[in-house]
Design a protein around this ligand. Structure first.
Ligand code: DX5
Ligand code: ZN
Length: 213
């Protein structure tokens, strides 16, 4: 069985102790570090930007899995790549017909390219990108905030994506992931899990990460 990539989301970390909280998940066996970028337009919340990603890059060896929840993602690929992102995921809903070019832009910078869909977007909408993207991120909550409840109907999109792609495509889920919902998603074909609250609010972070695999 192939390994499941666990990507803890620092949205649930203590931003005043970011280095400490990143080391916590790094030492607990995380595979990637999920960094949520929100602009207050594409989603109602605002988080962090390029300078913080640049600083994070200096203190961790984990690949930076940057999730752009922003409008005009095409304008920010180069800055986030230069800041040290290893994977950049943008939203189809913010890119539409620019999606193909953005995927190519990310890959030309030597990074993995992810395309994400919100709960109301059908997976058929991104059918044309399943062969060229490195990853599809299926949102299992409305993007914008951590700690929301998992939407199981979103996980139902995973089999379609798996059936219409090569086995190399990484299928990531994000939102409301815990040991139970992780199992549902893995059974449907996901092989990368983002988890914020479940990891950071647990008393034993090692055990929480292990329980997701
Ligand atoms: C939500 C973000 C998620 C968030 C997940 O819009 O994209 O990455 O941190 O948080 P949990 O795991 O708490 O639902
Ligand atoms: Zn995210």
């Amino acid at each position: 069985m192939k390994k499941v990539i666990i990507s803890p989301s620092i949205l649930s970390a203590d931003f005043a102790n970011l280095e400490r909280d990143i080391k916590l998940v790094e030492n607990a066996g995380a595979d990637w570090l999920h960094v949520d970028i929100m602009d207050g337009h594409f989603v109602p919340n605002i988080t962090i930007g390029v300078p913080v990603v640049k600083s994070i890059k200096k203190i961790t060896n984990l690949p930076l899995d940057v999730h752009l929840m922003i409008e005009n993602p095409d304008k920010y690929i180069q800055p986030f790549a230069a800041a040290g992102a290893d994977i950049i995921t943008f939203h189809y809903e913010a890119a539409n017909e620019k999606s193909f070019d953005i995927i190519k832009q990310i890959q030309s910078a030597g990074l993995k390219a992810g395309i994400s869909i919100k709960p109301k977007t059908h997976p058929e909408t991104i059918k044309d990108f399943l062969d060229i993207a490195d990853m599809v991120l299926v949102m299992t909550v409305e993007p914008g905030f951590g700690g929301q409840k998992f939407m199981s109907n979103c996980a139902d999109k995973i089999p379609y994506i798996r059936e219409n792609s090569t086995e190399n495509l990484i299928i990531q889920v994000d939102g409301g992931i815990n040991a139970d919902t992780a199992k549902i998603c893995i059974e449907k074909g996901a092989n990368s899990l983002v988890a914020g609250n479940y990891v950071y609010k647990s008393a034993d972070i090692n055990a929480a990460i292990q329980s997701l695999r």
